[in-house]
Design a protein around this ligand. Structure first.
Ligand code: ZN
Length: 311
């Protein structure tokens, strides 16, 4: 081999080496890029799901407020900003008769939505400490812990009621068929676990929600036909939104509204993130008792507070 040939071979080897290095670089670059993208996709998906959940919650509480306002002002096309109308938040056809007068014994129904959760036991312990019975509008969960909570609610004399199996607005409010099968699934689960045939329902977002594409009267007619009563609320504790709220604010929200009505249905939440509700509960009970209010679980003779009714 001449020196020239040798040089040529060496050059070729060099070039091969360089090409290999470039290839390796490109492969590792693409691999890293794919990995980073996948991590980003997973993180973003989780974020979207959590935001969607928050939107659902906010929609629910916001829309319920709309209904409060339109009821109070007596017009369906009420627009925001009328503080007088907002100050008087009445509900349902019997709103007028429900206004409390001096000397009335106030009836208060404490209701907890969205459980079972990591806070259910704490709520049940507090209710037990004060020997107070409440109403739990539960969703469908099939793990052992949740089943134990369903049973504990019933065993301790509280009212077990339905709040949809999935709590997914996009599913239950997209068709009456979905709504039916969702409710059946929850009713069957609760019957299997506790032996209770639930006949009380709370619509996610309330009967006044405007998430539904279907006329809510269809859903209400269906419940009426099945002899399932539905209960909304006329006192919002304020724990529905994801915005942070203090226990003191919750107490204030509840107490300032409860005194207005003969019958108050108080909306609260049994959820992992709602620690302020747990913190506020003992004070709410103490103040209600000091007020001479009767704290009751929902029963057959409870007057239904409903945002929307169908004759
Ligand atoms: Zn809910």
């Amino acid at each position: 081999m001449t020196a020239e040939q040798k040089e040529l071979v060496e050059k070729k080897r060099d070039r091969r080496g360089r090409v290999k290095r470039i290839k390796n670089f490109i492969v590792s670059f693409i691999t890293t890029w794919i990995l980073v993208s996948m991590i980003a996709i997973v993180a973003l998906t989780a974020k979207v799901i959590s935001l969607q959940h928050q939107i659902d919650e906010i929609k629910g509480s916001g829309l319920a407020k709309d209904a409060q306002v339109s009821e109070a002002s007596g017009s369906a096309d009420f627009t925001d900003g009328d503080t007088d109308a907002m100050a008087l938040m009445n509900y349902g056809p019997s709103a007028e008769e429900n206004l409390a007068e001096v000397g009335d014994t106030l009836k208060v129904y404490l209701t907890f939505d969205d459980g079972p959760s990591g806070n259910s036991d704490k709520i049940l312990d507090i209710l037990d400490d004060y020997n107070v019975k409440a109403t739990f509008f539960v969703v469908g969960k099939e793990d052992d812990e949740s089943k134990r909570i369903y049973k504990r609610i019933v065993d301790e004399g509280h009212t077990l009621a339905m709040h949809s199996y999935t709590h997914k607005y996009s599913y239950i409010y997209s068709s009456l068929d979905n709504f039916k099968s969702d409710m059946d699934k929850l009713q069957n689960l609760l019957y299997d676990v506790t032996g209770v045939d639930c006949d009380l329902y709370r619509f996610p977002g309330g009967s006044s929600n405007r998430v539904s594409n279907t006329d809510m009267s269809e859903y209400i007619n269906y419940l009426n036909k099945k002899n399932i009563r539905y209960l909304d609320w006329n006192v919002a504790s304020g724990d529905a939104t994801s915005a942070p709220i203090t226990a003191d604010d919750l107490v204030e929200n509840v107490m300032s509204d409860v005194v207005k009505y003969k019958t108050s249905v108080v909306l609260m939440h049994d959820a992992d993130s709602k620690d302020a509700t747990v913190e506020a509960l003992p004070t709410i009970i103490e103040k209600l008792q000091a007020e001479g209010a009767l704290i009751l679980p929902v029963s057959d003779d409870t007057e239904m507070i409903q945002h929307i009714t169908v004759q």
